[in-house]
Design a protein around this ligand. Sequence first.
Ligand code: BGC
Length: 409
Amino acid sequence: MRKSILFLPLVFSMNSYATSMEVLHWWTAAGEYESQQVLENSLLDAQIKLRNFAIVGEGGDSAIRVLQMRALSGNPPDAAQIKGPDIGEWTKVGMLEEVESIIDTSSWSKILPQAVRDTISFNGHYMAVPVNIHRVNWLWLNKKIFTELKLSPPATWDDFFDAADKIKAAGYMALAHGGTAWQDSLLFESMALSLLGPEKYKKAFVEHDQSIITSAEMIAVFEKFKRLKPYTAKGMVGKDWFQASTLLSTDKAAMQFMGDWAKGMWNASGKVAMRDYLCVDVPESAGLFSYNIDSFVLFEKHNFSNENKVQSTFAQTLLSPKFQTEFNLAKGSIPVRNDIPMDSFDKCAQKSYADFAKSELVPSFTQNLASTSHVQNIMTKIISNYFNDPNADAAKTVKRLSLALRAVN
Ligand code: BGC
């Protein structure tokens, strides 16, 4: 009896403070779900109930389309997973809050790396709250298959093709690869970065410099990219990245090119880095880091007293050391802050963290960090059509890419 009397006011006071917040994201795969749970629980600790507006599929493309409709109808969520140059596009529409008008951001110049601050800034203002840094140019290896076939991690593309032939001959799938356009494009990006090097990569995919886009070197990249196709499995049309990642974690496939969100997915199924799978740089890309930074924009709300307070708690929570650690452990990424101890992270995250500080950084174009999602979509389609059409010609594809980029710039 005494217990319930004590309990009642507590429930009442929690309810009277508790408030909710709607957040759009596309974290629906296993590892993503775990990280989203960290978000949900951290917000609950701050007495905010998360209303998940989670849109499945297409590497976030469907989520962006739904968001556009909601925004057009004047009813955007409180926050949405928007990253890279799309942050600027939404800012121009005039619907976003400046983060510094919501929370004190004076420490950000010290705790956030320059590449992160540049990514979330527009016209000198922070327009999004960053949560993590993913590395895209990873090659993941199934340890059991590599050990059984006595293969070393491929350091060059020649090593890669050599290993892939041996894996195929032994009856395993060489490359775990899903069948959607952005995944084809991610393969291409990894190869293009290593073959072109960081300067030409940036000229081509950030600046859309026609002299690089139409170069003989670019045609050669497309030709070499096509050599990957026979190592991918048939019957993967429409399959998402995590379905491909499962082929690797269940010892059916030996290698996968994917950003480290794949690690979040393996962690969630009990697989351990270095014991079950290995992380190595994409061949010939050591010292290069193609980054993908997840962030949330905050939509302007008119009920200032309540909704701004909720958004401010949300932003503060996301940047807190506790959240940065727990969330990134689950997600497979590394903290966005430069002052988080990394001892509880696995070897792949520790390598990523060290590499981020000392590598040549380039924004991942397939993950929308180099151009708006509109431009990224156009490029992705051209790259994917080329990859999947047995009769496609590299020189013609480069011409098509060049024309498309001229039209959008
Ligand atoms: C996002 C990641 C996400 C991945 C797969 C990327 O674009 O940045 O956070 O895990 O897509 O859904």
